[in-house]
Design a protein around this ligand. Structure first.
Ligand SMILES: [Zn+2]
Length: 294
């Protein structure tokens, strides 16, 4: 699933490519993507004819602010990614009109297209079809739990170490799970929680209440370092993620733990192990991330 760096990559691209444009039409062969309002004609009325005024990221959500106080929210979920390009719809199937990356298979599961007033289109390629789109008055959309209950932004200048530490007070659970809880901190998923904890040298199944000050500090620093690096590399494309031109990010070339089961740790050569946690898997080094109580 796209996490903070991947969503940030998309948002930065979109700011350059589509701000100031007007949405003139919508096509879809999977109307279920729209969760609110449920009826497609109502959804269209919320967005058609409106100008894209600004674009922001909040957690893993893409917020497209439209004229007239409307907000279009896109959550790419498991395999979704937004593309900007041109397609021609033939027999209800979009075909790319541009050569290059947009022709790649991973970019050709297009189920949703916003037509813009400069002949470009904003399209959603989504193999698994779990992505989510909502539109309505800004206040109304911001009331949905998706946004309302979101935790702190890891890269926010005001999100100091003290505030980070406060987020864990009274919380229970294992650090990997707590880091991925969007209500506590927004934007961290399976890939980056593995990478952050490896860099910090913290055992992923350690109870948060047992973490020492120096461990929390190491997690905080690693989180900020890794996110900055991953944004610089335009995200992680080990799975379906692509940028808005359909190109891969490069963070997958720098994994230290995620999906490295059986390979040697870059610090000490110990074999990276995989573990199960709440139906998902995590990866860690049993030597430099061992459980300690000091
Ligand atoms: Zn190690």
């Amino acid at each position: 699933m796209p996490e903070l760096p991947e969503v940030e990559t998309i948002v930065r691209d979109l700011k350059k490519k589509i701000v100031g444009r007007k949405i003139i039409d919508v096509w879809t062969d999977w109307p279920k993507t729209v969760k609110f309002p449920k009826k497609m004609d109502k959804f269209k009325r919320e967005i058609i004819g409106r100008k894209i005024e600004k674009i922001e990221r909040r957690g893993k959500n893409i917020l497209i602010f439209l004229s007239g106080g409307k907000l279009l929210l896109v959550h790419q979920k498991l395999t979704g990614h937004l593309l900007v390009g041109r397609w021609k719809i033939e027999d209800n199937i979009p075909r790319p009109l541009m050569k290059g990356a947009l022709e790649d298979k991973v970019n050709n599961y297009i189920h949703f297209i916003f037509f813009l007033d400069d002949e470009n289109q904003l399209a959603l390629s989504d193999l698994r079809k779990f992505a989510k789109i909502m539109a309505g008055a800004e206040d109304e959309i911001k009331k949905f739990p998706d946004l309302k209950n979101l935790g702190s932004e890891p890269l926010d200048k005001k999100f100091t170490f003290e505030r980070f530490k406060d987020r864990f007070s009274g919380k229970k659970g294992k650090i990997k799970q707590v880091l991925m809880n969007q209500k506590i901190i927004a934007g961290i998923g399976n890939i980056y929680s593995d990478e952050i904890l490896w860099q910090a040298g913290v055992y992923p199944l350690k109870e948060v209440q047992k973490l020492k000050e120096n461990e929390l500090k190491a997690i905080y620093r690693s989180m900020r370092d890794i996110f900055k690096k991953a944004i610089g590399l335009r995200g992680d494309s080990m799975s379906d993620f692509r940028d808005t031109a359909g190109r891969k990010g490069r963070y997958q070339e720098f994994h230290k733990a995620y999906q490295r089961t059986g390979e040697p740790c870059f610090r000490d050569g110990t074999t990276i192990k995989r573990f199960k946690l709440g139906g998902r898997s995590g990866h860690y080094c049993p030597t430099c991330q061992r459980l300690t109580n000091n």
